[in-house]
Design a binder for this molecule. Structure first.
Ligand code: 3UK
Length: 541
């Protein structure tokens, strides 16, 4: 390990012991990072140093920053952090905002000062923020003024002495004590802290569909590893691409797709605070976006109004966060003519590790393992499963799971492999086929049934807008398949409609998989990252 720049050693002291960590692979030549690495340099400062400072970097409503502009803002904020707020390398700085340019500038400022960015989802409430603050021992916060309320509550309600949140600065704030006023008092120059490649720079919280959210730790080298694996080998963007999308920057899917990947190649990004379907279609046309990142349900919702996107500048559409039903892929292609790029990623692994580009896409499969990573499907004994056999997905690569002081490290990492919690099968061509989360497999009368397969069958019916399929307890069969369905406008939630949908499923997949129970609802419970919350469907069933 290179000597650390961290003065505050909290994250280093909270790393899982070496034997509990995954094995890391650095086989590709582009993964041989120098020992001293601050990711702000290759992502931002180097562009300016090499004469690309005038290129457009970030756009937002009524705003256009070049690389030099972003660097100047980040430098000023870095000076505020160090000189006004007393940040030392290794401190955890909480970041909280909708996706906007100041959030991006703050993120780079945290990298520059060698601190640890702890970004939080905009919708988190005081109770959840309190957990983040105490778990990460957050010392400082930079927060969009419009999201102040819950953070103020969380900070005030933390009499807990372990909570050390000492300094908060609000941004997008015109007042005399806001961050912008402080920035004006400081120099536009800042010398980046000389961090080690294995100094932690981000703490990313998992979405926590069950139990307390876990904090994953990523180093400067992990940030750069995510930029040199999936993007150049699968996405293949160019410096003229304009990136856009909906995932929050607090979610590593959004951080990569909407900030790191465009900047890694000197391209540009459009940061939008609102991601409703119509906002997105309008913004794609207005900013001439070429690459879109969002979740499968969002593609389904946009497809209905995506007509104007056909023949527009949009050329690549990335789907991640949950399984992409073949029905949704087909719907999007019909609406726009574009074949989607599916990819599975995880907060624990930073970004996407199995994926296929638009030329190699195989409907119903996620894709092949991304260069830099290796994958294995394991049977219940932890041995490689046979081709075609469903098992547990295990991954190794340049990034991997390091939970901050969490016993659950032992269930994610075993024998050096990262177990993502997904049931997959590998085919003879090297494509990985998603079945379900390992603990979501439905077992009914001895049959294993994967909810997403039944969902895909239902989604092909023109009356179905969205659906979730779960197993519910049943005396006779152990479990039976239940579908919770949102109908498209203009259709009636009647027993006849239920019967019609059940018959439709029986005709398209093995009849034993059809949903014996059907319930119609107005909306499905989802996380801020677009994931269906099956445990909530099960709770209310
Ligand atoms: C599921 C998928 C099937 C899967 C993420 C891209 O989703 C991300 O991270 P999370 O930690 O969740 C990880 C879990 O989500 N999943 C994600 N993508 C797919 N399942 N097909 C997919 N394409 O269960 C996985 O274990 O929230 C996604 C990049 C960065 C990310 N953090």
């Amino acid at each position: 390990m290179a000597y650390s720049a961290h003065v505050d050693t909290f994250t280093r002291d909270s790393l899982p012991p070496p034997e509990a960590q995954p094995e890391f692979l650095f086989d590709l030549p582009e993964l041989k990072f120098p020992e001293r690495l601050n990711c702000s340099w290759p992502l931002l400062d180097q562009h300016v140093a090499e004469g690309r400072g005038g290129r457009v970097c970030i756009q937002a409503p009524n705003l256009r920053w070049t690389y030099a502009d972003l660097q100047e803002k980040a430098n000023r904020i870095a000076n505020v952090l160090v000189k006004d707020l007393g940040v030392v390398p290794g401190n955890r700085v909480l970041l909280r905002a909708p996706n906007n340019p100041m959030m991006a500038a703050c993120w780079f400022a945290v990298m520059k000062v060698g601190a640890v960015a702890t970004a939080t989802m905009p919708l988190l409430r005081a109770k959840e923020l309190k957990h983040v603050i105490s778990k990460a021992k957050v010392t400082h916060a930079l927060c969009d003024l419009r999201l102040a309320e819950e953070l103020k509550l969380a900070a005030a309600e933390s009499p807990d002495p372990s909570s050390e949140l000492r300094h908060i600065r609000w941004f997008n704030d015109a007042s005399a004590d806001g961050l912008e006023a402080a920035m004006a008092q400081h120099s536009a120059e800042f010398r980046n802290v000389d961090t080690a490649r294995d100094d932690t720079c981000i703490l990313a919280f998992t979405s926590g569909t069950t139990g307390q959210p876990k904090a994953t730790m990523h180093f400067h080298r992990d940030v750069m590893a995510s930029c040199v694996c999936w993007p150049p080998y699968v996405l293949r963007p160019t410096p003229d691409d304009i990136f856009m999308g909906t995932p929050p920057l607090a979610f590593t899917f959004g951080l990569g797709g909407l900030l790191l990947f465009p900047l890694a190649i000197g391209a540009s990004t459009v940061l939008l605070e609102q991601g409703a379907p119509q906002d997105l279609v309008d913004a794609i046309l207005k900013y001439k976006a070429t690459i879109l990142f969002t979740a499968p349900t969002s593609y389904r919702a946009i497809a209905a109004i995506a007509g104007p996107l056909r023949g527009s500048t949009l050329r690549k559409c990335v789907s991640a966060g949950e399984a992409l039903p073949a029905a949704t892929r087909a719907l999007w292609k019909e609406a726009t003519g574009i074949e989607m790029i599916d990819g599975i990623g995880a907060t624990e692994l930073m970004h996407i590790f199995i994926s296929a580009d638009e030329r190699d896409a195989l409907p119903g499969a996620t894709g092949k393992v991304v260069p830099g990573y290796v994958a294995c499907i394991m049977d219940d004994d932890g041995k490689p499963a046979k081709t075609g056999e469903i098992g547990k997905l295990a991954i190794k690569g340049p990034t991997g799971c390091r939970y901050l002081a969490d016993e659950r490290q032992a269930s994610y990492v075993k024998n050096g492999w990262n177990y993502t919690g997904d049931a997959y099968a590998l085919d003879a061509e090297g494509y990985y086929h998603y079945h379900s989360r390992t603990d979501d497999m439905i077992i009914s009368a001895g049959y294993n049934i994967a909810g997403p397969e039944v969902e895909d069958a239902l989604l092909r019916h023109p009356k179905v807008a969205e659906c979730g399929v779960i197993g519910v307890p049943d005396e006779e069969r152990g479990q039976v398949v239940k579908a919770i369905i949102v109908l498209r406008p203009g259709n009636d939630p009647t027993p006849e409609t239920a019967k019609e949908l059940q018959d439709y499923v029986k005709q398209s997949i093995a009849p034993y998989k059809y949903p014996r129970q059907v319930e119609f609802v107005a909306a499905l419970p989802r996380t801020e990252t677009g994931k269906l919350q099956r445990f909530r469907l099960r709770q209310h069933s």
